[in-house]
Ligand binder design. Sequence first.
Ligand SMILES: [Cu+2]
Length: 615
Amino acid sequence: MRRLAVVALVIGCAAALWALPAAAQSCPPLPSLASIPRTLAVDGWAPAATLPPIYFVVPDQTKPSGAALLAPVHATLLPPGTLGPDGVPVNDFRIMLFGRADDRVKAASFRPTPLGLPMPQYVVLTPETIPHLPTEIFKDADNNQWYESDTLFCSGHSFMANGDLFIAGGTELYSITSPDETVKINLLYGLEYATRYSSFTSGPTGQWSKVDATFLPGQSNFPRRWYSAVTRLADSRMLVTSGLDFVTLNIDEPNGHHHFPGTPNRSVEIYDPSTGWIPVSPHAVTPEAVFNPDYTHVFPVPRPDFGNGVLMFGGAGVPVYLFPDAPEESRWLPQSTMVRPGAVAGDPRNHGTSSALLPLRVQDGEWGYGNGSVVQAGGGRGSDGERHVDVYEFCAKQWAPTSVEMGGPRRHPATVLLPDGKVLIVSGHDDSQPATAQPELVRHAQYLDLKPPAVFATGISTGGPAGEARGYHNVALLLPDGRVFVAGGRSRSEIAPPDLEDEKPTFRYLYPPYMASPRPTITSAPPTINYGASFPVAFVGGPMSEVVLIGLGSMTHAFDANQRYVQLALSGPPTATGATVLGPPDRQTAPPGHYMLFVLNQNRVPSVARVVRLE
Ligand SMILES: [Cu+2]
């Protein structure tokens, strides 16, 4: 009886969804991905593929050398914290990393080496002091050695409308060792609070603050979050989705090793910067399909009639819509029959997948898919999905029936939206080969271009593929100058042992093919733009073809919660040196916040970006 009621409810919601006005439009035919021609593209690495990568060094007075290496697992491109003399923040950008250096460095930032300068062998990071993330080491009355530490490791993060980075949860670690070292207990929880970072200060580093929270509890009834996803909604509130509450308990004692696995926390809530936390969906009510052991992938739907609606993907490979402001009984709309092609059961079938919202076009459907469509690359171990790129087409609410073959397994790749409209697929791991194999495919970049005529290109880096594979935990970010920062990662998978947790404390810059062509230059653009309002952009190196916005990247575990590609309309034909551009039509298309603004010339070669604030 109860099941019947649920079925009726789902049909009811579906009816409401299909009745939405714009859904009456005819959808483009589903893309035929298998027939997309394969080609090669010339890209490059710096340092050159044959040279060692650049190391991340962080000062550490507790080490005899005075320094430690930092391996990043989280990377964010910060908006400029200071403005230039003309009020325009150019090239004043930093990358914030959360990762592991020694016991006490939780976060550190650096400025990328500007284009054209020689590559250093290492960069010295500026460590951040975060008072509310303590590390304590002490002995108790029984002489047990205690180690307690809160970190931003395994948090979720995205930008707020004002440019602050909002970070939900993280890791709370307890390690207890008996005096004779025969008993060791390792206990991990999610953090029970959030963190904010503002880069807009007069000093050289920004401002950290703790955001108290009463998270909804998970299966173990802890109000904690580890691996939760953070999404800025159309109305600027921050949606916090899923994760785990309890992570793991490991006990080593003379009689053996005891392992207690973690428990999910599928609950969803909203942080409103002016009023605080609002529960959206308790753990027990949230569809299981949204849960992914490595972060739920969440996208604000780019249509005004969806309000604050989001599209989510978890380990099941099933699209799930959430309408957080709808009445409780109609908030969720899982497309349960719409499983990604090529997925298999066993390992969560879509685990190891990377996702990105495809570029939003002014003319919806122009590139053969409806705005709101999502690309996924990689997948569960041993599945077809780990070798495929698939597209969930938003207009028809269906997966394209065929896939792009990547040419081998590529789990947990990074998908990065490039200013020329291509989707970069970089890094990842191939579990079908030994950890020492360093397969060539995952050391090359691939480029999916859905602009007709669509093409799937594999990079033939000048000098060969990157010198190292970057597997699980890799990160990649588009930089305003058009390069891509490619960092971190283990040799292979998330499974340990036999794989080592050998996080790489290194990075390279990838030069996509457009970097070798003559580029247009933006000579002026306003620092702030508004919805539907026109603004002037001046450039040299035209004629131009397009102006696009791309959200500042904030990535962990092969998912970037903040990147978003929005083509802007022009309010008239451009001249040789300027154009009048229209701000995005609505907050669903582009939630308020900071974006990189690129101008493309007629060969689709992008300029260096200006960072603008959309409000
Ligand atoms: Cu991880």
